[in-house]
Design a protein around this ligand. Structure first.
Ligand SMILES: Nc1ncnc2c1ncn2[C@@H]1O[C@H](COP(=O)(O)OP(=O)(O)O)[C@@H](O)[C@H]1O
Ligand SMILES: [Mg+2]
Length: 551
């Protein structure tokens, strides 16, 4: 369709373009590089990664999504895999490494098929069929979970924390997680819903991991502003104030001319009267605890202390909101408009010393769904890793309660899916059959990586596992500590159904999306890391159509 011999240029000079198999190959390589980066962290015997950011700050973690969020990824296809981890994290809080390595493996198997001249359209169609079937199979191997079954919930929490460095305190952490999540779970329309935002997490390094505890209430990282204020108040009446208890200094340079000493006195008296008036209003309302988002004048502090009122200043907005939700207090912006109904209630407000610092504990709140977890641990790094582990534990317990369904881990569900997908593919026939078989093999990356990371021979393990599943042992998985195939129910390796389901869904979506791309057009402005086209707008080159051939 050219005009004469002259090629028509429709792209700006300097635009980088990869087409057909080249584009596919580059994309797949980039995505697989991401999967390889986290593969060695999978499972209880996985390794940790040390991440150093541009500021030199160090994070040591085993958490797939944390690793991928921290590393700076350029390539658009690689970015898509990072998205898989983020989605998995948002939906389930666990299974991020699994989802990413599964996507990487689906792409690896697809490369083999592309090289054998199977068209990507056939591969993606087969993958879609396989994913649908895989989810059906997963449903059939799932077992019920009940919110009252604490023991099972603890096992689910412990499995999620298995690969974290907190493993020494897992039992204790699992108890904390189950306590907190069960407490905030709410039943609506016959189903439980868990809003994890109701669990406040407060970190304080120093002390031991085992001092980490759940508190039924809110922790405010503040001490009273005046040493003479009470440190323990029962039947607290709580005022949340978003206004300064100070006299506003005039903004404009107003000059006050004082001609004789009595005027000076009057001026100071007036100031004092206004401050006293504030304290009077608080006293009249009946409040004995004040959380103030702004500053508190020295004189007000003194008067409040004299009245035996507890007061903390410069309380974070997020803490004010949590206190409001928990105690039923309204956040008051003008003391003049304070009414008795604005006050919140708690059975106890108590100041406690945690590692040389005082913190305020508000417990026995009106809203019993307000709970906090106080995380303790030797250093800041330890405390941060505990936080990540507890987040995982809270999430898995929450979704297990919500879905009332669980599966077994250690690669057991993956191998069962692989086995039954192979039976299914035979019934499908046609070219898609090859793609479904490839999907089945890709599922086996889970036990394979678990075995590799445990220093075992993945092939031997896989053979044993397939055999066990053929003999009807659908919960047979890898005992990574003894290096043999075992019943995962017996070993208490339990996971929420949603973690497995989401991993299959997002890995398939990402693999299919990457496979459908046969043209990458990158504008000149991109960063172009490692010779690859970078800086794609939105990072998502769309469908496979591209711009058609030019010559
Ligand atoms: N005790 C155990 N024995 C065998 N496998 C386990 C055990 N505990 C956890 N696993 C497996 O480890 C995998 C999860 O590893 P993890 O590093 O947490 O990655 P992810 O980010 O995918 O959650 C799952 O396949 C899970 O079944
Ligand atoms: Mg995990």
């Amino acid at each position: 369709m050219g005009m004469g011999q002259q090629p028509i240029l429709i792209l700006r000079e300097g635009t980088k373009r990869d087409k057909g198999k080249d584009a596919q190959y580059n994309n797949i390589q980039a995505a697989r590089a991401i999967a390889d980066a986290v593969r060695s962290t999978l499972g209880p015997r996985g390794m940790d990664k040390m991440l150093v950011d541009s500021m030199g700050d160090v994070t040591i973690t085993n958490d797939g999504v944390t690793i991928l969020k921290e590393i700076d990824v350029e390539h658009p296809a690689a970015k898509m895999l990072v998205e898989v981890a983020k989605t998995q994290d948002e939906e389930c809080g666990d299974g991020t490494t699994t989802a990413v390595i599964l996507a990487g493996e689906l792409l690896k198997k697809a490369t083999d098929l592309v090289e054998a001249n199977v068209h990507p359209t056939i591969i993606t169609a087969g993958y879609r069929m396989a994913a649908t079937k895989a989810l059906e199979i997963l449903e059939t191997v799932a077992e019920p979970v009940d919110i009252k079954d604490r023991e099972t919930l603890r096992k689910i929490a412990m499995t999620a924390m298995m690969s974290k460095s907190v493993s020494g305190s897992r039992e204790h952490m699992a108890d904390v997680a189950v306590d907190a999540v069960v407490k905030v779970a709410e039943k609506t329309d016959g189903h439980y819903v868990v809003d994890l935002d109701n669990i406040q997490v407060v970190k304080k390094h120093g002390g031991s991991m085992d001092d980490t505890e759940m508190i039924e209430g809110i922790i405010v990282d503040k001490e009273p502003v005046h040493p003479a204020m009470p440190k323990k108040l029962e039947k607290a009446k709580i005022l949340l104030l978003d206004a300064a208890m100070e006299i506003k200094k005039t903004e404009i340079d107003a000059k006050i001319e004082i001609t004789d000493p009595s005027q000076m006195q009057a001026f100071l008296h007036e100031e004092e009267r206004m401050l006293r008036d504030m304290v009077e209003k608080i006293k009249k309302s009946g409040a004995n605890v004040v959380f103030c988002q702004k500053g508190i004048d020295d004189l007000v502090q003194h008067f409040l202390a004299k009245e035996q009122v507890y007061a903390a200043r410069r309380v974070k907005k997020s803490d004010m909101e949590k206190l409001s939700k928990a105690t039923g207090a309204n956040i008051v912006t003008k003391l003049d408009e304070l009414e008795v109904d604005d006050l919140g209630k708690a059975d106890l407000v108590e100041v406690k010393k945690i590692q040389d610092e005082e913190m305020t504990f508000v417990t026995g709140c009106k809203n019993a769904k307000a709970v906090s977890i106080l995380i303790r641990g030797g250093t800041e790094h330890v405390v941060d890793e505990i936080e990540r582990s507890l987040e995982d534990a809270n999430s898995v317990v929450a979704i297990a309660i919500e879905d009332e369904k669980m599966i077994t881990g250690g690669g057991s569900s993956a191998v069962e899916i692989a086995l039954r997908l192979r039976e299914y593919s035979a019934s499908v026939g046609g070219r898609e059959q090859i793609a479904i078989d490839a999907f089945a093999s890709a599922m086996e990356v889970v036990p394979t990586a678990l075995a590799e990371n445990a220093g075992l021979d993945p092939i031997d393990i896989l053979i044993d596992m397939r055999k066990a599943h053929k003999n009807g042992k659908m919960h047979a998985g890898l005992n990574v500590f003894e290096g043999k195939v075992d019943d995962m129910f017996k070993l208490n390796v339990l996971e929420p159904f949603r973690v497995g389901k989401q991993a299959i869904n997002s890995a398939t979506d990402a693999a299919v999306m990457i496979l459908r791309i046969d043209d990458v057009i990158a504008s000149k402005g991109g960063h172009g890391g490692g010779g690859m086209p970078g800086g794609m707008p939105g990072g998502m080159p769309g469908g496979g159509e591209g711009l058609g051939d030019m010559d």
